[in-house]
Design a protein around this ligand. Structure first.
Ligand code: NIG
Ligand code: FE
Length: 392
């Protein structure tokens, strides 16, 4: 078994409570794709190969727990119109649905691969990918089969919006989603999701979709309270879902329900940036004892960024998070939102997924927004992005 010593780490963030914060002048040993040792560089054990990182910071790879990467086309014109005063509406999803239905499997897979590579270059090492731009049995199932080629964290989002051909009969569409579409999609999905929002699905419809998914062994997550207040967050908490995402408009009752249930509130600040909307109040959630994750929501409509560093910078600048809290939410928070304990941290035993920053500390992620700070990305101890580890 070949072991790799990464040494000369200027600052190592492991999220190990025993370390009481980031470790200065640190080293980390990888064995069989896992973290085998962390500590002071001075006391590092020998390994088969080693790489000196020259004082750069190392952080856990980002866990992007919310993305919509299976689609065709883009909606740059819609974005431009928003920037000159138009408002965001969930109806724009149908533009992407038409383009996605018209695309070949190869085109969808190539676009997905391009976006996943883009994420790796920015330090993301785990990504959840949703369907939701097919909205027919065939198009949802193929979207998930394609997503499964790049990640196990796949989510069935047939209940994204009601497609145009069933606009007059939303009940029939919910029957399709909970029946034949779910049956075709469940083999490729770990999660079931529903957009519970005015203009998409109401609480009863959301409940039906999540119950049908659960009966097929899919765990639930939800889009809710993005465009306005609503019942989604409280429903997610009542059902004990792993995560409820957006959480932009929250009442005190919503915050209390999140704190009591332990459902992770996943905040997606790229959406507020790209739709010019008010940001969610992360400080309020953290002060109330809620679990918070940050994710990109990368999609062609509400937010076409794949950059977790940008999300961290926005969360710090606009949402009241400290740089350490934002990094935690983008790593351990995302892992919790996906029910994972093997990623999102660098304690011994974790998957050796990490990002080497062209910076001396994690503070630079928010301090230097827009700068490509991720020099190398390792997944399971292998370099996915970077100039080569310089092994010797
Ligand atoms: O998470 N909220 C619903 N769905 C996506 C937007 C999709 C789109 O506009 O194409 C979201 O923001
Ligand atoms: Fe989304």
């Amino acid at each position: 078994m070949v072991s790799l010593l990464l040494t000369g780490i200027g600052e190592l963030t492991t999220h190990d409570p025993a370390h009481g914060g980031p470790l200065p002048d640190a080293a980390l040993v990888v064995e069989a794709g896992r973290v085998a040792w962390t500590g002071s560089a001075r006391s590092a054990p020998a390994a088969d190969a080693s790489s000196d990182l020259g004082g750069r910071a190392v952080v856990p790879g980002f866990v992007d727990s919310h993305s919509h990467l299976v689609f065709a086309g883009d909606r740059a014109e819609e974005f431009a119109a928003r920037m000159t005063g138009a408002s965001y509406s969930a109806g724009g999803i149908r533009t992407t649905v038409a383009a996605t239905r018209a695309a070949t499997d190869e085109q969808l897979a190539a676009n997905l691969a391009r976006l996943v590579a883009e994420m790796h270059r920015q330090g993301t090492t785990t990504v959840e990918v949703k369907s939701g731009y097919g909205l027919t049995v065939r198009d949802e199932a193929r979207s998930l089969a394609i997503a499964r080629q790049v990640t196990d964290e796949t989510t069935f989002l047939g209940a994204h919006v009601v497609p145009p051909e069933l606009a007059d009969d939303p009940g029939a569409y919910v029957d399709l989603v909970t029946g034949p579409m779910l049956a075709a999609c469940a083999p490729y999905a770990r999660w079931v999701d529903v957009f519970c929002e005015r203009g998409a699905f109401d609480a009863d419809q959301a409940r039906a979709v999540l119950a049908a998914g659960a009966a097929r062994g899919l765990r639930g997550r939800m889009h809710a309270n993005q465009l306005g207040p609503g019942p989604g967050v409280r429903l997610a908490c009542e059902l004990g879902l792993a995560a409820v995402d957006h959480c932009t408009y929250l009442s005190d009752d919503d915050v209390d329900a999140l704190a009591a249930s332990g459902t992770t509130a996943t905040l997606l600040p790229g959406v507020e940036f790209s739709t010019r909307s008010p940001y969610p109040d992360a400080r309020r959630l953290l002060d109330a004892g809620c679990y918070v994750a940050l994710a990109s929501d990368c999609n062609p409509g509400s937010c076409y960024t794949s950059s977790m560093p940008l999300c961290i910078a926005l969360a710090v600048r606009e949402m009241g998070m400290s740089p350490a809290e934002a990094l935690h939410a983008a790593t351990a928070g995302g892992a919790r939102a996906l029910g994972r304990d093997d990623v999102g941290h660098l304690r011994v035993g974790a998957r050796a997924d990490l990002a080497v920053l062209e910076a001396p500390s994690h503070l630079h992620l928010a301090y230097r927004p827009g700068v490509p700070l991720v020099r190398q990305t390792f997944v399971r101890g292998s370099e996915e992005h970077g100039p080569g580890t310089g092994l010797r």
